[in-house]
Write a protein that binds this ligand. Structure first.
Ligand code: RRO
Length: 309
């Protein structure tokens, strides 16, 4: 049997597959179900200071090649997740708390209390595309660095950043400098491709209600963008900064491609929502099969090994 375990910033994961923040992880029931499932970790929905209902529905739409969402950060508020974390840790797999904020000042408030609750890792979400009037922080290196500076001293567990997709090396290099200066322990690449638009030609409408139909694209259709960002940051950090690859993973081969590009673990969003928790067993079987077929006995054996021509 191939070894699908992995380690991120010194934390061991029983398998490299886990939910992406946002997918089936808002309520206590959903998070406990992730604990009982084969997910290699429990990742919370990105949390804000106050509980939020999120944007008006319909706000998620799945289609053949992926999904578009404009959830608008529906979550229980950080106090509820802080209370839940001790229970979530009983499942013997890492708990990753995803921290967001509507204002810069929110991040340190949430980080302090969540860090004290003892998650195994904290992911700071700098890339929500769906709050009307709020740009994605990760597209502004100065704003990103201000927020990182506020929370970095408060967080004692491994701290990562969830970044938006970048489409130009100059933007990746600018962010790399911020990350290197501030001492980040891992990256999660990528969040959804923000402000995309899906149209239903039969009904002649957009498919989600918020923001005139604009929302974050996920699923199979974004895999090349995700792979590009995993690869670019893997190379910028010379393989020394652990990366969680997120975006476009539908089957074991997709996960293998993320690992070849440099991912140490992968997260599942759209396909988890579409298929449910059973997806984790399928992905394990499929990734094990391809690793075995190619003679790799573990993830470390092939991580980052994609060859250039
Ligand atoms: O809640 C959302 O609308 C959302 C968030 Br916070 C995010 O980071 N990425 C996304 O696609 N949707």
């Amino acid at each position: 049997m191939t070894d699908l375990t992995t380690t991120i910033a010194g934390v061991r994961f029983p398998t490299c597959f886990m939910n992406a923040a946002g997918a089936l992880c808002v309520t206590r029931e959903e998070l406990m179900a992730l604990g009982r499932s084969r997910s290699g970790a429990i990742v919370t929905k990105s949390m804000t200071v106050e509980p939020r209902q999120g944007n008006p529905e319909p706000r998620y739409h799945g289609f053949a090649g992926g999904s578009i969402n404009s959830m608008g950060l529906p979550n229980l508020g950080y106090r509820a997740y802080a209370e839940m974390i001790p229970d979530l840790k009983q499942f013997g797999k890492p708990v990753i708390a995803s921290v967001a904020g509507l204002r810069e000042e929110d991040f340190p408030v949430i980080a302090t209390v969540i860090n004290a609750a003892g998650p195994d890792l904290i992911e700071v979400n700098l890339s929500c595309p769906n709050i009307p009037g709020k740009p994605q922080i990760g597209y502004d290196p100065d704003a990103s660095e201000r927020i990182i500076k506020l929370v970095r001293p408060l967080i004692t567990v491994p701290m990562g950043l969830k970044l938006p997709p970048y489409f130009d090396p100059a933007h990746q290099e600018a962010m790399q400098k911020v990350i290197a200066r501030q001492g980040i322990d891992f990256l999660n690449l990528i969040n959804s491709v923000g402000n995309a638009l899906v149209v239903d030609p039969d009904r002649e409408t957009v498919v989600i209600k918020p923001k005139g139909g604009f929302g974050g694209l996920g699923g199979a259709i974004i895999k090349p963008v995700a792979l590009a960002n995993v690869r670019a940051f893997y190379k910028l950090f010379e393989g020394r900064l652990p990366i969680i690859g997120t975006g476009g993973i539908v089957n074991g081969v997709d996960a293998f491609e993320h690992i070849l590009c440099g991912a140490s673990a992968v997260q599942i969003g759209t396909v988890l929502v579409e298929e449910g928790l059973e997806v984790f067993a399928r992905l394990e079987t499929e990734l094990s099969a391809i690793l075995a077929r190619k003679g790799y006995s573990s993830i470390v054996d092939c991580r980052g090994a994609v060859r250039e021509l």
